[in-house]
Design a protein around this ligand. Structure first.
Ligand code: C2E
Ligand code: MG
Ligand code: MG
Length: 601
């Protein structure tokens, strides 16, 4: 058998159209099913099919009289008329050189007669056919029958386009959706037109979610409709507004305009709250703009780029921003970090902990070591936890990561306890660890299985604007405290710390942030602030640990003001578990020597 019909000249474009208009669909469609039944009935044919011809196969969108769903393209009768775009009729396949060896003729379903009409798009491409098949030879269709077959095929095309339009429209707003915008971007690029793609991020998804929870779906929907009406005012003539996602809109602005001229009117207008069902709602708008350029048109993901530009504009509170590749690089990096993390959790060696001693400022003893996470990323190399923890914290990966750290900390603490070492290990946790009971449950069960007392572990917790469920966080911290763990407030004196909040959680220790200690030498005002913070914390019976002690001068000051413990490069940098042990042992030796020397006078 030959390899079937030759490919038409515009095959690549035709295949793109097929993928676009007729993506493979295994669900049946009532209209298509009716058309094939009607066609089979009208022509008194045992088999009728709607075939879609793809690169390597033809598949059947609807069928009667045949069990298979697809056949290889080289066996397709219709592939011949993809070339001519004309209806094809084969009266007896066994007598036709093109088909006599075709496995569908020599084997099941034993085709003898075939007639198919093309499914033609408006731009003259043929997607496949509506066909009838008989297992006996037949005489040719008459003129009326031929036109009926073509009409039925046109009916199929109308349905394909109807489904397509339905797939392109966002129902509540009746605006074109993301799929349609992507299609229109491709069209603009194909035609080489100069345009700017604009994305408007009107709300954060969290804000929308909170609003749905508080005021219901129909309120949120009304608000989106009100936003749509407001945006329509800014639309250039003959342009569509698109609904790109639940919280984002977009449009294509023809020509190139200065960004302030394009964006400022929108940003200014949205400073006015939107009145929805009598409630004024203040938007948090970010507008992103990107020039559509036909070079690299196939490789660029324009919509993603412009949407992340709009997100950035909102996050940085600049109102609007033009696309800059560095934003995208930051996003790509963040994505690269997050997408590799779950793998890192599974394969050993990429994640490990370093330990930094905390020193009792009176006795010089190491009372505790802080466990600090390290990650050797397979592509990016060593990545700082200050970069990836805030990203992970917003995802579901935080829980397995924290549980991995917890396991490692408890295992190490038990091992050191068995060696007779008495210091605790402090572990950093984030707010998201405490928003459900999972982390504390896991702590209890790991302590139990390793047979470790809870007071060997200390928890370092950073206050954060991310707390959405303060009551639950408080309950979980109290559970940890009840187990007998010390609770420290990390990075105290920065961002969000306040005394009222401090009284609401069961903390035993405050860790003064290193940004406060770093500038103690130079700044007298800072000195007074730190001194007051230490005095206040002391009066409220907190243990006070100063972080970031790098010089003897800073050590002298914080000790003088009543700080109980200190941590910083002056004592030691974070070290691997083995180095920490060696460091501790060498210190003991030095202390012994010092004691001996003292005794000797
Ligand atoms: P942090 O908990 O405040 O940890 C102290 C940070 O200061 C560490 O940075 C430490 O290496 C650094 N440091 C210690 N002494 C000095 C000093 O004298 N001078 C200076 N300039 N820096 C000093 P690192 O290890 O990069 O960790 C950064 C932050 O990442 C930590 O701040 C903590 O918030 C977070 N983090 C680290 N490990 C973990 C972890 O296992 N879990 C969670 N949730 N967060 C972690
Ligand atoms: Mg810490
Ligand atoms: Mg800290």
């Amino acid at each position: 058998m030959d390899k079937g019909a030759p490919l038409p000249a515009e095959e690549a474009i035709r295949l793109a159209k097929v993928a676009d208009l007729c993506p493979f669909e295994s669900n049946s469609d009532e209209v298509f099913d009716k058309v094939v039944s009607m066609t089979a009935e009208f022509f008194d044919a045992p088999i009728s099919l709607i075939t879609i011809v793809e690169r390597h196969r033809q598949w059947f969108r609807a069928r009667v009289g045949i069990d298979v769903n697809e056949t290889p393209r080289e066996t397709s009768f219709y592939a011949y008329s993809v070339l001519t775009k004309e209806p094809l009729e084969v009266l007896d396949a066994r007598l036709d050189d093109r088909f006599k060896d075709n496995p569908l003729v020599t084997g099941p379903p034993f085709i003898r007669y075939y007639a198919g009409a093309p499914l033609m798009t408006e731009d003259g491409l043929s997607l496949g056919s509506l066909c009838i098949i008989d297992t006996k030879p037949r005489s040719a269709l008459n003129k009326r029958e031929k036109s009926m077959l073509v009409y039925f095929a046109e009916l199929v095309m109308l349905r394909i386009m109807g489904v397509r339009v339905r797939n392109f429209v966002d129902q509540p707003t009746r605006l074109f959706n993301r799929l349609r915008l992507e299609e229109d971007i491709r069209e603009v690029l194909r035609n080489g037109e100069t345009s700017q793609l604009v994305a408007i991020d009107v709300l954060t998804p969290k804000f929308l979610n909170d609003m749905v929870k508080a005021l219901g779906y129909s309120f949120a929907q009304d608000l989106v409709l009100a936003i749509k009406d407001r945006l329509l005012k800014f639309l250039p003539e003959r342009c569509h507004l698109y609904k790109v996602s639940p919280t984002r809109f977009g449009f294509i602005s023809p020509g190139l305009h200065p960004l302030p001229q394009l964006c400022n009117p929108i940003v200014e207008d949205f400073k006015e709250p939107i009145e929805c069902d009598g409630i004024p709602i203040l938007m948090q708008v970010g507008v992103g703009v990107l020039a559509l350029e036909s070079k690299n048109q196939l490789t660029q993901d324009w919509l993603r780029l412009v949407v992340s530009t709009a997100d950035n504009a909102r996050d940085r509170k600049t109102g609007w921003a033009g696309y800059e590749s560095k934003f995208d690089e930051a996003h790509q990096r963040a994505f690269m970090l997050l997408s590799y993390l779950s793998n890192a959790l599974k394969c050993s060696g990429q994640l490990w902990l370093m330990y930094q001693p905390q020193i009792d400022l009176k006795t010089g003893q190491c009372t505790c070591v802080e466990a600090l996470l390290r990650w050797t990323h397979p592509v990016l190399g060593l990545v700082n936890p200050a970069e990836f923890i805030p990203l992970v914290q917003k995802t579901a990966l935080m829980q397995p990561l924290s549980e991995w750290i917890l396991h490692e900390v408890i295992r190490q603490a038990k091992a050191w306890q068995l060696e007779g070492r008495t210091f605790r290990i402090a572990m950093n946790i984030t707010v998201s660890d405490l928003e459900s009971s999972a982390f504390v449950d896991c702590t209890e069960s790991l302590l139990d299985s390793f047979g470790l007392e809870a007071n060997k572990i200390e928890i370092e917790f950073t206050e954060s604007e991310l707390i959405t469920n303060a009551a639950e966080v408080s309950i979980q911290l109290q559970r940890l405290r009840n187990l007998g763990m010390e609770i420290s407030i990390d990075d105290f004196g920065t961002g969000y710390s306040n005394w009222t909040y401090l009284r609401q959680i069961p903390a035993t220790t405050v860790k003064l942030d290193q940004s406060l200690t770093a500038r103690l030498n130079e700044d007298e005002k800072n000195q007074r602030l730190v001194k007051t913070l230490i005095e206040l914390a002391d009066r409220l019976d907190y243990r006070i640990v100063a972080e970031g002690i790098e010089t003897e001068e800073v050590l002298r000051l914080v000790k003088e003001w009543g700080c109980t413990e200190g941590q910083g490069y002056l004592f030691a940098k974070p070290m691997s578990a083995e180095c920490l042990v060696a460091w501790l042992d060498s210190r003991v030796l030095r202390d012994d020597q010092r004691a001996l020397l003292t005794r000797l006078g």
